[in-house]
Design a protein around this ligand. Structure first.
Ligand SMILES: NC(=O)c1ccc[n+]([C@@H]2O[C@H](COP(=O)([O-])OP(=O)(O)OC[C@H]3O[C@@H](n4cnc5c(N)ncnc54)[C@H](OP(=O)(O)O)[C@@H]3O)[C@@H](O)[C@H]2O)c1
Length: 319
């Protein structure tokens, strides 16, 4: 079925999903800030790596789109998870059939619910990874979009499949969000504090152990909220919670070995942002879950340490 999709964002993830959906015949508009809208209009998007696509995209600013009565079957949020609530506020005036967000963190679906109502939110995560080269080309490593309710994810799943993008549907939205968030918090936390790519972390028993401490702490918070971490494609959060520490370290060592053959060091996006002096998604990725831990009375010393240190760095950089 043909879908009308408005993508909030003009960065790499918005470009990949926008280009693939538009190429498959869906009606796609990217919504962004004026300079980015001009950049999108100026030349076609180019994807390389696992995908080889050149596609011109349409883009508008949010106020312009809303003023001219913008409507979409789905709003797909692909901006940085920084001040998301403020980014979404102007979209309350738009006619939206539903909304999904590929942002990282545990707060995003609550923000979407304020815009479209809780029953129209599709919980979404992506295991695809994308980064920009110096020449403005987006390099893509393929990975599935993971979708769940409360809204019916099937039409969006079909649209993604029609664009050649793999999808996995599950029936427990909270588990999906917390499972991805546990790996992201652990990966971002250890990478930023050690300044190491994944290839550097996983073979080191100390750094890999820190990664596992973080996954377990987030799993403890999720459990206190009645949510169980599970496995999803390329996301073994359930396994990390169930296996012995020794087996987990061995799993991470194997993963580290596989990554050695990757063409470039795998630097998580928060590490790239830290090194480039860009704002960090600290609040959405780590702050949301530390606040939940406090409310639930769960002790998360390592998570709190990472959160305080990265928030402190953010504070220094913003002065
Ligand atoms: N890239 C990946 O492989 C990947 C994979 C999974 C999840 N994610 C998550 O997906 C989200 C988007 O990532 P990305 O890699 O596509 O980022 P990106 O290339 O840096 O693009 C970020 C987008 O967010 C916009 N933005 C940033 N700060 C903003 C603000 N304060 N207000 C309004 N717009 C703002 C930027 O607009 P301007 O250009 O105008 O600054 C740009 O359109 C993040 O939450 C990330 O963690 C990324």
């Amino acid at each position: 079925m043909h879908m009308k999709i408005a993508i909030l964002g003009t960065g790499v993830l918005a470009t990949v999903y926008g280009a693939m959906l538009a190429r498959a015949g869906h009606e796609v508009v990217l919504l962004g800030r004026p300079a980015a809208v001009r950049r999108v209009a100026a030349s076609p998007a180019r994807l390389t790596g696992a995908l080889d696509v050149t596609q011109q995209l349409q883009a508008e600013t949010v106020p312009h789109w809303v003023r001219r009565n913008g409507s979409a079957d789905l709003l797909l949020v692909c901006t940085k998870a920084i001040t998301t609530e403020e980014q979404l506020a102007p979209l309350r005036g738009a006619r939206l059939g539903g909304a999904a967000s590929f942002q990282n963190g545990v707060l995003k679906d609550g923000y979407l619910a304020q815009v479209v109502g809780v029953d129209r939110v599709i919980t979404a995560e992506t295991m695809l990874s994308a980064a920009l080269t110096g020449e403005g080309v987006v390099v893509v490593t393929k990975g599935a979009a993971l979708l769940s309710g409360p809204a019916d994810p099937v039409p969006f799943a079909r649209a993604l499949q029609s664009a050649g993008l793999p999808v996995d549907i599950s029936d427990d939205p909270a588990s999906l969000v917390w499972s991805k968030a546990s790996i992201v918090a652990a990966g971002f936390g250890v990478s930023c504090l050690s300044r190491q790519p994944a290839q550097g972390i996983f073979p080191s028993p100390l750094l890999a152990g820190l990664f596992l401490d973080l996954v377990e702490e987030v799993g403890g918070v999720a459990a206190a909220l009645g949510v169980q971490l599970r496995d999803y494609p390329a996301l073994p959060a359930g396994t990390f919670m169930a296996q012995s520490r020794e087996d987990n370290l061995s799993l991470l060592r194997d993963l580290g070995r596989q990554l050695q053959s990757a063409p470039a060091p795998q630097r998580v996006s928060m590490l790239q942002d830290l090194e480039a002096g860009r704002p960090l998604e600290v609040e959405e990725v780590l702050g949301g879950m530390t606040a939940q831990a406090e409310r639930a009375g769960v002790s998360t010393p390592t998570l709190h340490f990472c959160y305080r240190l990265l928030s402190g760095l953010e504070e220094l950089r913003s002065k």
